[in-house]
Write a protein that binds this ligand. Sequence first.
Ligand code: SF4
Ligand SMILES: [Zn+2]
Length: 333
Amino acid sequence: MENLYLETVSLCPEYAKDSPAYYEERDDGMYINVECNEHGVHEEQVEGDSKFFKQGYEEDYESEGCKNPYKDHLVLPITYRCNTKCRYCYTLSNSSFPLPEDRTFETLAEIIKNFEGSINIIGGEPTIREDLLQLIRVAKTNNNRIVSISTNGQRLRDINFVKGLKDNGLDYVYLSLNDIEYEESKTIYQNKLEALNNCCKFSMPVWLQRTIDELNQLDSILDVLGTYKRVIFSVTIRAVKPFGVYYPTSQIFVSDMLKYLKKEKDYTKGTEPFNCRIILKGKQARISSWVNDVKRLDPIDCSYIISNDVMTTFHRGMKIDEVLIKNQRFLNV
Ligand code: SF4
Ligand SMILES: [Zn+2]
């Protein structure tokens, strides 16, 4: 192939199984082509600027990654249900697929006790489970590990709930906060700001998560970082990708975001080739993209547990869970 950049391994979107893939350089950027022997070729643009992509890809990331993925960090969904319906959602919560039953408290406690590393409790929306605080307490019986939750913040507008998180030893909160235009409603957005205020009151550290579908949605993040600088210690920014509920009509790439933020010469590499680190308002920020490159995501330092006894390396977009479950690869449904 004339414009072949290099070969790798990716996932067939129809069956979520490892398949040979290759990068191809075209006039409008870099593409990944996944060649599944059952479902044919699936192509996806991964960058608009192929020079930028190649620079990132050719750097050596191994020294930062390559930890044992089954020891260091566990991403644990405790429910697949959610109390909102974000248009950018890429979890099972908004799929038409019947949701798997929540695991029982005992099962989750067992998983937590048998794991040594740090734990990020996710959903769906983890705060809708009434036993969340007890689960955090179980996790923090090992005081050496870091325990976090990933939340849409709706329940954290209740100050007593945030106090409960703090009292039970939670280390920090990943909070999704998008531009007001990109949230499902103004009320949801306001609740998230109240959640941030409550985190300030209890000194609960926050790692902000922002998804954008327009570059100008980057502007409002600067205000938020200024207003809540006391508790926000980091921010991750991603552009919406075509694998969730919402398929964007045009794509935004990491290079576009760096340019918009005037950081195209002022970034450092992230832990893998598809993210960059910059400083925004004095805080560390990651500008990230999901690229389903199994070979290069290998060093990612976490594992993700989809069923009671099977872990998988964290994959791009949990929409793939639906494929895995449909094919009965991980759950007995
Ligand atoms: S993105 Fe998160 S908060 Fe939004 S609907 Fe999906 S699971 Fe719920
Ligand atoms: Zn396939």
